[in-house]
Every structure is written in C-alpha cells, then in structure tokens.
Design a protein around this ligand. Sequence first.
Ligand code: EPU
Length: 321
Amino acid sequence: MPATVHDATALPSLLAEPALRNLPLMVLGAGSNVLFATDRFEGCLIQLQCASARIVSDDGEHALVRVDAGFDWDALVDWTLDHGLQGLENLALIPGQAGAAPIQNIGAYGVEVGKFIAAVHVCDSHTAAVDRLTAARCGFGYRDSVFKREPDRRIVTAIELRLPRSGATNLAYAGLSEELAAMGGLTPTPRNVAAAVRRIRRRKLPDPAVAGNAGSFFKNPVLARARAVELQSRFKGMPVFPASNDAEHKLSAAWLIEQAGWRGFSDGDAAVSAQHALVLVNLGRATGPQLLTLARRVAASVQEKFGVALEPEPRIVGATF
Ligand code: EPU
C-alpha cells in the first residue's frame, strides 16, 4: 500500500490510522540506493513529497538552512550555491533526496554531509513522536548513522544544514585539482568545484538513467592499519587511504573487485560495470535477486583472494546479504 505525504506535519495522524497499525512501514525516497530483493512488499510504502528549502538564520558568515526531506539533492546543491552558500559542492550530482542524505551520511570527493548537518527532524514510525536530533545524536560515521542502523524507525522529515558563506573549497581529492586544470585552469570557487565534480562523476560512474545502479555497491573496507599495510606488501599496487582515525586504513573495494577479475563481468543483465568496478548495473531486465546473487559472488571471490570482507552499501529490502 503506498502513501504519499505532501506535508510532514500530517505524518503523525497518518501513522495513527488503524489501517496502518501493525503494518511494516518503509520510506522510499528516490529509490537510488535501494535493491529490492523481493517483488512483494507487504506493508506501507511512504513517499515524502514535501520539498521546500529556506534560510532560517544567517549571521553573515554562516547560514542555517532548513530543507524538507523530499527536496532533490543535486537541486539543493545548486540552491545553496545560488544563495551564496558553500560546502556541498563536492557532493554535486549524488542521486536521491535530501532526507536520505543523513541516513548513510553521503560522501564524495573528500566531503561527508555529516560535517554540515546541524540537525535532523524525524517522526518515530512506532510512536509518531516528532524529534529534532542534533548532529551529535546522529552517530555519523563512514556511510553510517543511527538512522541506517535502525532502518525505518525514524522517518526523516527535514534536515538543517549549517553552511559557510566563504572559505577555501575542499580539494583533498587529487582528481579535483586535475579536473579544474583540465577545464582551463579554473579557480576553485564553489561553483567551479561543483562543475568539476559533475564532470568527474559523469565520466567515472555509469548514469543510473541509462543503466540502473545504486552507485557504489560496497563500502570501502576499513581495516586495522597493520593489517592493511601487511596486505599492501603482499599485493603490489594495492591503494590504501587514510580512515577517520590513525589506527585504521581504508582499502579500495573497486581495486579489490577489479583485481579479482570482475570488472565488466555480466551474467545475463546483471553486471559489474566496465566503467567502475564498484558499481553493479542492471543492463536491462535483471531482477533484484539476480543482482544480489552477483553481489554475493563478487564478495565471496574478494574474500577468497584477499581475505577481506565486503559489506554492501545500498539498502537491501527483502533479504540479508
Ligand atoms: N579503482 C579501480 N577500478 C575501478 C575504479 C577504481 O581499481 O574500476 C581504484 C583506483 O585505484 C582508484 C580507487 O579505486 O584510485 C578509488 O576510486 P574512486 O576515486 O572512484 O573512489 P571509490 O573509492 O571507488 C568512493 C565512494 C564514491 C565516491 C568516490 C569519490 C564509497 C563506497 N564510494 O568510491 O561514492 O563518489 O569515492 O569520492 O565510499 C557511492 O557511495 O555511491 C559513491 C559513488
């Protein structure tokens, strides 16, 4: 049963409806990070279509922006730039809605959204109680948050972002400076960085509008530093990146998958992208279970070759990995 919500203040009364009691609830945004491993969902699928954004306060240096969950993420990046605000430019062109951004703490090109989130407004799907979780209560980690750890318990209705009006842009990702240089030596303004990020994404990642995909299908594995260094000495050319703390390192799941021979592999319409090994693509009529089978085969072979476990990044509905 689908339910579309145009005004988040109507959620508590919707949740109290007798027809919904005891039904499993699932909130679906743009569906850009979900794999349905079942063709039946016996519950209520909620879609939030509230999509306004406004500046709540502004001290000239930073502005606090409140955005409804249904606002398209990439359009929001442009909205903030149009209002002279920066910070989100590295996150340009990520598919999905603003309400999904905190759930897996979306990140790309050296920036995670958690850094800019001041608070997340939620409605508890069991009790219908509304709450405002400040960033400290969101438990943000690499592609992780309290919302991801307890799926569908809290329905995100809006987010608050604290964004600066000036300051240096983030060029930590090496390819960004190279892209700006290739664009004619552009200065790294927030707008130029957004344009560079969009160019990199269009070149590196398969377009979900052309071949269905959920972006990276696996998280980059985070290992104890000593273990990562030991693997790097055994496997020549293995990229290792810093993690959020000194005790750990991040491996490149794309590299592990490519080295295990999967880049460009297809089984019917379920495929490992030839463009980027971390992305599973649907070339036409692959089913969710077929993509899940392929993902399990990829993970098993990486485990066998490198002894490293891969964890899926998108939400999988109707099956466990
Ligand atoms: N590589 C390969 N084979 C490939 C692609 C990449 O070996 O087919 C290796 C290269 O050595 C490259 C390294 O992997 O240097 C890293 O590749 P890339 O810079 O494309 O980043 P990633 O680690 O594969 C992560 C995020 C992406 C994000 C990019 C850029 C995760 C799970 N993925 O990918 O996020 O756009 O960094 O910051 O952390 C997503 O989450 O859906 C997503 C696309």
